[in-house]
Design a protein around this ligand. Sequence first.
Ligand code: 2AM
Length: 180
Amino acid sequence: MMRVFLAIPLPETVRDQLSIVAQMLPVPRRVPPENLHLTLTFLGDASARDLEALHSALEGVQVPSFPIALRGLDVFGRDKPKSVHATIAPQPALTRLAGKVETAARRAGIEVAARKFVPHVTLARFRPAEVDVPRLERAIIDLAGVSAGPFDVTGFTLYQSHLGDGPPVYEVLAEYELRS
Ligand code: 2AM
């Protein structure tokens, strides 16, 4: 089985901008710049057969390319934060794309957790006890004006996540283009 997810890769300039922002956060571990991405759907463990079915289903996803922009920061976990992310300015085309890839995954027989799509780019993950919460909240308020992009989303990628000591290694398994 392979641990896989579908995500939008970010242009290098955007990753560079976000990693500068991440450096300003009072957190113990940041996502390495090369790992920054926008997840469309987390698929979890899938077999090679699942992935073949998924590949056929994804080739049928037809969505025109669209622009997105990153605006401001937020946390997951509220008063016990466990990650900080850059938020994405509202973009209905992005929500539509996420819905279509999720439907494609379900058609391919992959179980996808029913979760509301909250588009974001995670900048740091940690345990709540590892951060000074008021200090982190102040930093997030101070950085409320950060932005990156806009840039055109021209495709999405199927990644395999290899977990080990340290940050995960994301391997590209397949790339899907959006029509321009
Ligand atoms: P996150 O950035 O908000 O943690 C690869 O792990 C990607 O899939 C990450 O972007 C992660 O989101 C997302 N993801 C969603 N659900 C997940 C889960 N249950 N376990 C691990 N990653 C998950």
